[in-house]
Design a protein around this ligand. Structure first.
Ligand code: FES
Ligand code: FES
Length: 181
């Protein structure tokens, strides 16, 4: 079976050793997804697979036979930035921008995890029906995405702006596999 990347069906690599990250960057030219550590420690390579965030450097492309992958190039819709992309611009959520695609894909997946009620290390009430996305929750849940430029304050502000209390962007229903409200 092929794999679907940003809505387009593409064949899997013949070589089963090719990582999903290398397939995206080197074979498809989707260089928005970045290679930082290449060992699962920095989050720069984060993409959405079937609506869940993964680090693509630790994933073999052939593992995702039949899956739907969304990279930073696939987030915008109808000629407009995803609201989180726009919020990163508004809140100075980047300097060099190297971590930014991973931060944004990770945050979209992270917000969906909160909506599904998945607790984190700092969630006080594990039996709560809903989890509030406050700054402590956000920082803990985004701790796998490092920013060497130290833009974390802007990153947190941008994510809070879009996902803490505001209506979930309509685009996210398709991105994370939720029913549209
Ligand atoms: S490049 Fe994948 S986690 Fe750093
Ligand atoms: S903006 Fe430079 S690493 Fe985050």
């Amino acid at each position: 079976m092929p794999i679907t990347v940003n809505g387009s069906s593409v064949p899997l690599p013949d070589d089963p050793r090719v990582s999903l990250l290398d397939m995206l960057r080197d074979r498809m030219g989707l260089t928005g997804t970045k290679k930082g550590c290449n060992q699962g420690a920095c989050g720069a390579c984060t993409v959405l697979v079937d609506g869940r965030r993964i680090v693509s450097c630790l994933a073999l492309a052939v593992q995702y036979d039949g899956a739907e992958v969304t990279t930073i190039e696939g987030l915008a819709g109808a000629g407009a930035l995803h609201p989180l992309q726009a919020a990163f611009v508004e809140h100075d959520g980047f300097q060099c921008g190297y971590c930014t695609p991973g931060q944004i894909c990770s945050a979209i997946g992270m917000a969906a995890e909160v909506r599904r009620g998945m607790p984190s290390h700092v969630t006080a009430d594990l039996s709560a029906a809903t989890i509030a996305l406050d700054r402590d929750e956000l920082r803990e849940r985004m701790s796998g995405n490092l920013c060497r430029c130290g833009a974390h304050n802007g990153i947190v502000d941008a994510i809070m702006d879009v996902y803490a209390g505001a209506p979930v962007p309509a685009r996210d229903a398709a991105l994370v596999g939720e029913d549209a409200a």
